[in-house]
Design a protein around this ligand. Structure first.
Ligand code: ASP
Length: 326
């Protein structure tokens, strides 16, 4: 029986178009359907080998505008397809701006048993589909090579021939084609001429939050968690404003992630406001604004704010949301 490789379209620059083929920045993301994108890759059929192609447009969004309903829809489809015995893996086309958040989210909510048996490869592009030399087709072919590699499992991002795990990937350049980095962990590997060379093994899904099923997620009211940063002259004004703001459609504030300086340190004035917020029942979690490395907590935490080991502020926010939901 031929195995299926499923492509889920989410939008992004990879599906973007500009008025001029020479324009790689003044484009509109999320314009071209996933079917049309795939049809435009002449060697895709060869790369798929004996795999049957299945595709579905789950969303069509510039990933800077992604919201929780997009994530719910995606998680449901990912779980649906991974559970089918004749599906060997998934490729998701997605915008680069928040791909690290979606990848981390999926790694936390898709059942471990599914992720430890099949790959979910996220592909993206820094140039729109209309570009004179788009990078999307190459990235999709690399994603196919990765998804079809024997033993491939877990959530990964592939861009510019480099493979990153959901846990470590971070967008670090606004314009370069090779826009991502995995920090201290380094990339998981590379795709070279359609062949995967791993630098370390397939990612083990490190589930950080207590488990919550994707079905429960789809019905839940997601708690509002915001991010504040510590810097020179930081005050408590932002936190106090967030705590006292009249409740809008986004719901009451439930959690705060503070992107601290260095080893997660926080300006005294901001720290005072965060303690007031905590006293009101708002969960406060610490991260660092340092791009890489991880907070080393003191041996006695005292009444300091806890942290999620090594998670960037945006990923710590996801972990806290899932924690609150569970
Ligand atoms: N704003 C775009 C997006 O994230 C950027 C990209 O895909 O490169 O959808």
């Amino acid at each position: 029986m031929a195995k299926k490789l499923v492509f889920l379209g989410m939008g992004g620059t990879i599906a973007g178009t500009a008025a001029s083929a020479a324009d790689n920045v003044g484009y509109r993301a999320a314009q071209v359907g996933v079917d049309q994108l795939l049809q435009a890759i002449p060697t895709l059929e060869m790369a798929l080998g004996r795999h049957e192609l299945v595709s579905e447009q789950v969303a069509q969004v510039d990933s800077k505008d992604m919201v929780f309903t997009h994530w719910n829809a995606l998680a449901l489809r990912v779980c649906h397809y991974l559970a089918q015995p004749d599906v060997s893996g998934l490729v998701i086309t997605h915008g680069t701006d928040t791909i690290e958040e979606t990848a981390f989210f999926l790694s936390q909510v898709v059942p471990t048993a599914l992720l430890e048996s099949k790959p979910v490869v996220m592909a993206c592009a820094m140039r729109p589909a209309s570009s004179l030399s788009p990078d999307g087709p190459r990235n999709v072919l690399d994603a196919v090579a990765l998804a079809c590699t024997e033993g491939a499992t877990g959530v990964m991002v592939v861009c510019a021939g480099t493979i990153h795990s959901a846990q470590h990937v971070q967008k670090v350049y606004p314009y370069r084609l090779d826009a991502f980095d995995s920090g201290d962990a380094g990339p998981m590997g590379y795709v070279e001429e359609g062949v995967v060379r791993l630098t370390y093994s397939w990612p083990k899904t490190e589930v950080i939050r207590p488990s919550i099923s994707h079905e429960k997620l789809a019905q839940a009211v997601w708690p509002r968690v915001e991010i504040v940063t510590s810097y020179v002259g930081a005050s408590g004004a932002m936190v106090r404003a967030l705590c006292s703001a009249p409740q809008g459609s986004e719901g009451p504030l439930c959690g705060l992630v503070v992107a601290g300086t260095g080893n997660g340190t926080i300006h005294t004035d901001l720290d005072a406001a965060l303690r007031e917020a905590r006293a009101l029942g708002i969960q406060v979690v610490r991260s660092t604004r340092c791009a890489w490395g991880q907070i080393i907590p003191p041996s006695v935490l005292g009444d300091g704010f806890p942290h999620f080991k090594g998670l960037s502020p945006v990923k710590a926010r996801i972990a806290l949301i899932l924690d609150l939901l569970a």
